[in-house]
Design a protein around this ligand. Structure first.
Ligand code: ZN
Ligand code: ZN
Length: 348
């Protein structure tokens, strides 16, 4: 079984290579991929910003397709199912047994395939995957939206740590793809959600999705939050921009006591966090880190996408480009302020 796969061979250079997938294993499924959305990790490497990820990089993980064959021991998926993917895990190590499958100690996420490629090989015509981390979604779900199982799963992983209550005011700082996913999820968990953002395009997008917004260029975001919450401040702030100034704003808008700050984004160069330990003590502030997601988070993401509780159509740029034009797809994904750009994996 051969598959055509997008491969970064150096910065600003993506090619389509043909790879031999090999025989399907007893625990594996063969998936004919419809689409793959280009994640920040994908297009920033194309831009030359993540050289440490290595080459040749056959990346792409925000994808979805239909199962065309299943190994004899596969029980959770049948041929014809629409699927997306979580992260690979062993299921046997202490981290996996504790439910933290993304902290699996038996998987080398930087592994190189026998034919010399790095990455998830997900911008491709076909993919062979362990059924264990293959996630069933509704067959009615649009492929590009099904591709959000992974990013939405990572958001759900963070949101669960916040124990959101319906009467709480949640502020999301940053309305990029991950900021909007956090906003959608916090709203689905019952909170009032306010989005703070600098750029016009993203503000408009957040407004069109029904969120209250703060124009962070025209107003002081913390002042706006105190106005909107009648002087109380935010119960919860989710930082979806990895920058010192954004982190300063996040901390300034927290309510006086027991506010929670979720550090969702990393930033390069590394941002600073300006907070006094005495403030953390006296004001009982909780600073919560989050990263990745477990198999249960991806299953939850699949359910919320499949039943329409979370509609991620607003997180798509609305551009679909064939695998045969993979260079153009990376160019479009790298444009400033672009939401997710979609690759049509069968147009090759
Ligand atoms: Zn991703
Ligand atoms: Zn494990």
């Amino acid at each position: 079984m051969k598959a055509k796969t997008a491969v970064l061979i150096k910065d600003h250079t993506a090619e389509v290579h043909e790879r031999e997938l090999g025989e399907i294993g007893d625990h594996q499924v063969l998936v004919k991929l419809d689409t793959c959305n280009l994640c920040t990790t994908d297009y920033q490497q194309w831009m030359g910003l993540r050289e440490k990820q290595g080459y040749p990089m056959a990346g792409g993980h925000e994808n979805s397709g239909i199962v065309t064959a299943a190994g004899k021991d596969v029980k959770n998926i049948v041929v014809g199912d629409r699927v997306a993917f979580g992260y690979i895990f062993c299921g046997d190590c202490p981290a996996c047994r504790a439910g933290n499958t993304f902290e699996c100690t038996n998987i080398d996420f930087d592994a190189v395939s026998p034919d010399g490629y790095k990455g998830d090989m997900g911008i491709a015509t076909y993919k062979l995957a362990d059924a264990k981390y293959t996630i069933k979604v509704s067959n009615q779900l649009e492929p590009a939206q099904a591709g959000f199982v992974e990013p939405l799963g990572t958001v759900i992983h963070g949101i669960k740590k916040l124990h959101i209550q319906p009467q709480e005011d949640v502020v999301v700082v940053g309305a990029g793809t991950m900021g909007l996913l956090n906003a959608l999820t916090a709203r689905a968990y019952g909170a009032r959600v306010i989005v703070s953002e600098l750029t016009e395009k993203k503000l408009k997008r957040a407004e069109s999705m029904g969120f209250e917004t703060i124009h962070a260029k025209e107003t002081e975001p913390a002042d706006a939050v105190f106005d909107l919450t009648k002087g109380k401040g935010a119960d919860i702030v989710i930082g979806a921009v990895g920058a010192t100034k954004a982190y300063d704003q996040c901390l300034q808008m927290l309510r006086e006591h027991r506010g929670k700050f979720l550090v969702f984004a990393a930033g390069y160069p590394e941002p600073e966090l300006h907070i006094s330990p005495n403030d953390i003590h006296y004001r009982q502030i909780q600073i919560i880190g989050t990263m990745g997601g477990g198999i249960g988070d991806f299953e939850e993401a699949a359910k919320l996408l499949s039943n329409g509780t979370i509609d991620v159509s607003g997180c798509l740029e609305g551009i679909t480009i064939g695998l045969k034009d993979i260079q153009k797809a990376f160019e479009a994904a790298s444009a400033p302020d672009a939401y997710r750009v979609t690759v049509d994996c069968q147009d090759v």
